[in-house]
Design a protein around this ligand. Structure first.
Ligand code: E4P
Length: 216
């Protein structure tokens, strides 16, 4: 499974890229709005300069013509840009039209397996089921990943990747991998939490103390 970073914060991307684990980045209008003063196009281009992998940039139109126009514009910014369109009928039409132009799309805000299947049939490069937001309303987000993975597996002509989104904690990452997701897009704090373990810290302290003691 690949790890993407779910952020528009350039410093977070720089740090995670240095770890050598980053295969791509997802952004959305909320994440971009958090980075006050940074322009959309400039931010996406800067991200593309930091990470050599898919960078999702989200459309904000509600009709297919508008999404297609935005998607064509975003795709012109860098060859790694993936156009994000919502899981709506207009989004499906936009994905289908963008695909005909050779532009890859990420269908976002997926909350059931039919949405994922239809997105795949329309030609989505990736689909983004939102785990955390389902968990928030007492559904099991992981069940959705399992269901989508099973449907895609039974239909080998589908090449669409499953991108686990709305990740809230480290268990979401490993469970997504086990459930069949190809990618997990994580907030930076989840990457940090994933690497934190008290026994690792304790082990380092005791190894260093023992190393120092040989000088005494
Ligand atoms: C995915 O591409 C989205 O940007 C993201 O995962 C949304 O997560 P949230 O539910 O934490 O806002």
């Amino acid at each position: 499974m690949q790890i993407f970073l779910d952020t528009a914060n350039l410093e977070e991307i720089r740090v995670a890229a240095r770890w050598g684990i980053l295969s791509g980045v997802t952004t959305n209008p909320t994440l971009l709005a958090r980075e006050r003063g940074a322009g959309f196009e400039e931010t996406i281009k800067e991200i593309a300069g930091l990470v050599d992998g898919p960078i999702s940039a989200e459309t904000v139109s509600e009709d297919a013509d508008g999404m297609v126009a935005e998607g064509v514009e975003y795709a012109g910014w860098h060859s790694n840009v993936i156009v994000k369109a919502p899981s709506t009928p207009a989004g499906l039409e936009a994905v289908s039209r963008l695909r005909e132009k050779g532009i890859r799309c990420n269908v976002t805000l997926v909350f059931n397996a039919n949405q994922a299947l239809f997105a795949a049939l329309a030609g989505a490069f990736v689909v983004s089921p939102f785990l955390g937001r389902l968990d928030d309303i007492s559904h099991d987000g992981m069940d959705l990943i399992r269901e989508i993975a099973a449907v895609f597996e039974m239909n080998p002509e589908i090449e669409t990747r499953i991108l686990a989104a709305s990740i809230r904690h480290p268990r979401h990452v490993v469970e997504s991998a086990l459930a069949g997701a190809h990618i997990a897009t994580c907030p930076f704090n989840v990457l940090e939490q994933s690497m934190a373990h008290p026994l690792t810290d304790r082990g380092i302290r005791s190894f260093l103390a023992d190393w120092e003691s040989r000088k005494a």
